[in-house]
Design a protein around this ligand. Structure first.
Ligand code: CTP
Length: 404
């Protein structure tokens, strides 16, 4: 998503400046072009040579430096950039930007530009809580800057509190957000993800190979586009995404309950979870011993959560997934109709680059109007955005599923 995007990274003088090296590396890996501006105090924490090596480009430190070229650095950088990131941003620099002070290359460049800017504050917890700093952060937000919330945890000064530089993947997410439309602002999106586990006894359970990656990517994408996201997740090994609400469940029955509890005000529901269709009829309270000679497990049918949602015919759009190993499109279309969905995302477990554990997917989108869109292999996050793009198109046609 950041392929060929031109990012100016401003580094200011806090201990978290060393993490800017990792951020630079991550941006380059994501395909971005990076130019670094360092303040004088940042140079006390990390050397320009480190940043030059990692960014594969010049590092700018001095407002009045004579360079081989005649262009004025702050104007040239302001024109060149697609976006600006200040990470870490000290209370001092936040104060300067908020007050219209431009007394070094970074603050002058920021004053001279009109591109999206992300500010990532990092400082001691008491400094962050200082009313002047809080007021300045508020001002930046009012001026239209994107300001990240600092992380909470152990700080360099050995206290624990708010003020850590947010984690690099979260900063990367926020940088991607700068380039995304906020076309889901005001929407309430409910997403399910991951497998369910159906216990047989305290030790064993029935499950499937779902990793949750597709559902988590959808939650992230919807959040990036401004939606209020609730994620209902079965057991996964993934870190919880930064969304409004994450509800962890284990069984299909628990997922059914959680979804029914929060589906009413959802304007979009996407059921990416791989729900177990059956559960052991009886769940032993103690471990089942092998001497019992058990050779068969009696199963009970789980509720079909999405079919229940389809039958309730509420407002908003309902999107399902179909994971198949044969007759992909026929099976998917049948599920679309039978479960009263607006859209279904078909993926074939047997296709290279598709399926449960991978970071990529190969999907075909089918909608209630009979449209079929086959997409090439792409990352699950990109696929998530393409799904949301189609939701947008379908939503614009304004046929609620209640009208069917
Ligand atoms: N689904 C659900 N509740 C279930 C089973 C499935 O909500 N008990 C949802 C899935 O989240 C998915 C869609 O239904 O969005 C299709 O799931 P899939 O497993 O492909 O289909 P099934 O209806 O279970 O049919 P089958 O297993 O026979 O392919």
């Amino acid at each position: 998503m950041l392929e060929n995007k031109k990012i100016v990274l401003g580094i200011t003088g806090g201990i978290a400046a060393y993490k800017a090296a990792e951020l630079t590396r991550t941006l380059i890996k994501a395909g971005a072009q990076v130019r670094v501006i360092m303040t004088k105090s940042a140079e006390a924490f990390i050397t320009p040579l480190t940043l030059q090596t990692l960014s594969q480009g010049p590092v700018y430190t001095n407002l009045f430096a004579l360079t081989e070229r005649y262009d004025i650095a702050h104007i040239a950088l302001a024109d060149w950039a697609d976006a600006f990131v200040v990470a870490p941003a000290t209370g001092n620099v936040i104060g300067k930007i908020a007050s219209g002070i431009a007394d070094d290359l970074l603050t002058t460049t920021l004053m001279a530009q009109n591109k999206p800017v992300l500010v990532c504050p990092a400082m001691n917890d008491k400094m962050l809580a200082n009313p002047a700093v809080q007021e300045n952060i508020g001002k930046l937000i009012r001026f239209g800057y994107a300001v990240m919330e600092s992380g909470v945890g152990e700080l360099a000064c050995k206290t624990t509190g708010a003020g850590r530089l947010p984690d690099i993947p979260d900063i990367l997410d926020a940088i991607e957000n700068l380039f995304l439309p906020r076309d889901f602002a005001g929407e309430k999106v409910l997403i399910t993800a991951g497998p369910t586990q159906e216990p047989l006894d305290p030790v064993r359970y029935i499950t499937n190979r779902s990793s949750g990656k597709m559902g988590y990517a959808l939650a992230r994408a919807a959040h990036q586009r401004g939606a209020h996201v609730t994620l209902v997740s079965g057991p996964t090994h993934l870190p919880a995404p930064r969304v409004e609400k994450v509800i962890q469940v284990r069984t299909a029955m628990e997922m059914h309950q959680a979804v029914m509890d929060c589906c009413d005000d959802a304007t979009l529901i996407i059921k990416a979870a791989a729900v177990a269709d059956y559960r052991p009829k009886a769940q032993a309270l103690q471990k089942i011993k092998k001497d019992r000679g058990m050779t068969a497990v009696e199963l009970a049918r789980n509720p079909d959560i999405i079919a229940d949602l389809g039958a309730r015919k509420k407002k908003g759009l309902l999107v399902g997934f179909a994971m198949e190993t044969e007759d992909l499109l026929d099976n998917a279309r049948q599920k679309l109709v039978k479960k009263n969905l607006d859209m279904i995302i078909a993926n074939n477990l047997r296709e290279e680059g598709a399926g449960f554990q991978t970071d990529t997917n190969v999907i075909t989108i089918l909608d209630r109007n009979g449209k079929t869109i086959a997409l090439e292999k792409m990352s699950k996050l990109e696929a998530a955005h393409r799904i949301l793009d189609h939701v947008r198109t379908l939503g614009a046609q304004k046929g609620s599923r209640g009208k069917k």
